[in-house]
Design a protein around this ligand. Structure first.
Ligand SMILES: [Zn+2]
Ligand SMILES: [Zn+2]
Length: 253
């Protein structure tokens, strides 16, 4: 029988190496541009965007996560007692504006939560620099109706990335019991009223004495993370720290 496997095999090898070359080309292309502004960059986010949106040198209000201008570590609102009550510290990764706001919108509203994986290392480094180590990492939940519409919970993706990177237990233990009006459409007082009793702990979960990182995408008035922290503390959590992707800047009067 005149069988010539060698020739067929070499065609396969040629095809495979061509496919690898194409893949490498795209991989290389992808890593050459900033994820936020699209300009050429040797790292995932260029130094300009890093400065503009991640503001690593800038203080955050430890009570609500807002970025501060005046060198203190707490904003005026929180100093007056208007901040969330049950959080031991809040940190935010970046300023919620411009290209970073657009990036977060793409994650949430354009169904691109995988974009977060490209920043996994940066997000994790920031979190461990700012917060004490936790026993577990808990995402702010979406109401089942909203989850059904969106198909995923961005806070859950973020929390699981941090948990996976750090080897810390991921616990999806909170329930959103009220399908509330989106917070963005409301004023401060309305937000607080809107969220009253909107969260609960899943039945049978024990968190007595635990130190928890609570994770959400954006913090505005901190009403959402405040309500979640209240539930966690009510059920015995010893400390609750929050990590969010973005927050606004303090507006000084
Ligand atoms: Zn950039
Ligand atoms: Zn504050």
């Amino acid at each position: 029988m005149n069988w010539q496997p060698k020739e067929d095999f070499s065609v396969t090898v040629k095809l495979l190496s061509a496919a690898k070359e194409i893949a490498e080309m795209f991989w290389h292309e992808e890593s050459k541009y900033c994820l936020l502004c699209g300009m050429p960059s040797s790292s995932g986010v260029c130094s300009n965007c890093n400065k503009l949106y991640f503001c690593p040198e800038q203080q955050r209000c430890f009570s609500c996560g807002k970025l501060l201008e005046n060198g203190s570590n707490q904003c005026q609102d929180c100093r007056k007692g208007h901040g969330p009550k049950f959080l031991d510290k809040v940190t935010t990764f970046g300023y919620y504006g411009g290209a970073w706001k657009q990036f977060i919108h793409n994650i949430k509203y354009k169904g691109q939560p995988y974009l977060l994986f490209a920043l996994a290392q940066d997000l994790t480094s920031w979190a461990i620099k700012q917060l004490p180590p936790p026993d577990c990492i808990v995402p702010v939940p979406l109401h089942p109706n909203r989850l059904a519409l969106r198909g995923f919970n961005q806070a859950e993706v973020l929390a699981s990335i941090l948990a996976g990177y750090l080897g810390i237990s991921f616990k999806d233990i909170l329930l959103r019991t009220k399908d509330t009006t989106p917070q963005a459409a409301l004023g401060r007082q309305e937000r607080l009223a809107n969220l009253k009793s909107a969260f609960d702990l899943k039945p049978g979960v024990l968190i007595e004495g635990e130190e928890i990182w609570l994770v959400d995408d954006v913090v505005t008035t901190a009403a959402t993370i405040g309500e979640c922290a209240e539930v966690l503390k009510k059920f015995g959590a010893r400390k609750v720290y929050a990590f969010c992707l973005g927050a606004g800047r303090e507006k000084l009067e």
